[in-house]
Design a protein around this ligand. Structure first.
Ligand code: P6P
Length: 343
């Protein structure tokens, strides 16, 4: 029987890749996996106990907070606070950053979406946790400040997600490849199941909420028509797959190739997805897996964050597909500028 590696064994075997490790990465990621196990347990019971349905309060996004949203946020916050390596967190469910006063000497901050896709919880569709880890910018011993969190995505030291689907998986990278671990609830361990994940340069799946079609920029409309048109030589028409849960749509495309798009639109001029704790971690992962992530003009990881809950357009997945969308957006914008000049 081949030696099965648990998440803990894998992290220790690879922590020499993590700068100034001293076991810090191990402790940080084990905090995340512990919280993921607790959230997994509650999600799998959600249909049985009264934890479904809205709490009646709203988060800063103005979205109804589902009980599991709130539960997951508390579980991950407590797991982070209990580790000496983390001096603060930011969360989709929190208006502002949270400073761990008892850990002012710590080196790392964590940004997270504790339960992404929560609108799917009540209809039993897979949801996920997304996390992003940075070294702090402020001096150790001081209180964390917003500058510790508003760092370009290229500064991430680690990022990943947990997908609570037909099985629960934890997928992460510290900049040395992307690695996936599948949870075995019977023993309470994550086992390495997808080592060194890489995504195909070209796929045959596109994921977008086509209900917003009329509001999309022309370049996006052009790309959708390209995906839907017949051409056997390029295996078109592509298949449309949209789960409405970023982690699930991303995970499928990572494995088999494809593109996910949440572009700007009249309804969402800056897109809907948040830069710091959704787009940046996913962009870090996809680049590590050989894919690409763009806001339509430039790499997501090069964007300079201005606000904790800032939204950006997201086009992410197989590199050739993302580049094609960028070309079509550039072409249609140049055409629009040319027409304006003629007017
Ligand atoms: P729409 C879930 O609410 C989420 O934040 C992402 O997980 C998902 O990709 C997106 O929003 C879905 O948005 O507008 O298509 O329902």
């Amino acid at each position: 029987m081949s030696h099965i590696l648990t998440l803990g064994e894998f992290i220790i075997a690879n922590q020499h890749n993590f700068p100034h490790a001293k076991g810090e990465l191990s402790s940080l990621l084990s905090a995340i996996s512990l919280a993921a196990k607790v959230v997994h347990r509650e999600i799998n019971k959600a249909g049985l106990i009264d934890i479904l349905g809205p709490t009646g309060s709203e988060n800063i996004q103005g979205e109804q907070q589902q009980k599991l949203d709130h539960f997951a946020n508390e579980v991950f916050k407590q797991a982070m606070a209990a580790r000496d390596q983390i001096c603060g967190v930011a969360s989709e469910e929190e208006d502002d950053i949270i400073c761990f006063e008892h850990n002012r000497d710590a080196n790392y901050v964590v940004l997270m979406d504790p339960l992404d896709g929560s609108s799917n919880i009540d209809v039993n569709v897979s949801v996920g946790t997304i996390f992003s880890i940075y070294r702090r910018q402020t001096p150790r011993g001081s209180a964390v400040s917003i500058e510790d969190f508003l760092q370009p995505g290229r500064q991430q030291v680690a990022a990943g997600y947990v997908i609570y689907g037909s099985s629960t998986m934890l997928v992460y990278s510290t900049g040395h490849g992307v690695h996936g671990f599948t949870f075995d609830p019977s023993v309470g361990e994550f086992y390495l199941s997808h080592g060194n994940m890489s995504t195909p340069k070209q796929g045959k799946i596109y994921s977008i909420n086509e209900g917003h079609y009329q509001r999309f920029p022309q370049g996006i409309k052009d790309y959708l028509k390209y995906c839907q048109s017949e051409d056997a030589s390029t295996q078109r028409p592509y298949s449309a797959r949209y789960i409405g849960s970023l982690v699930s749509d991303f995970h499928r495309n990572l494995l088999v190739g494809g593109i996910f798009l949440y572009p700007s639109s009249q309804a969402h001029p800056q897109g809907k997805l948040r830069l710091l704790y959704e787009c940046n971690p996913m962009a870090f992962l996809i680049e590590q897996a050989g894919g690409k992530a763009s806001d339509g003009q430039q790499p997501i990881l090069d964007l300079s964050p201005q606000d904790l809950h800032q939204r950006v357009p997201l086009i992410i997945g197989s590199a050739n597909m993302v580049s094609h969308v960028e070309q079509l957006l550039n072409r249609s914008q140049s055409l629009e500028k040319h027409i304006e000049k003629q007017a």
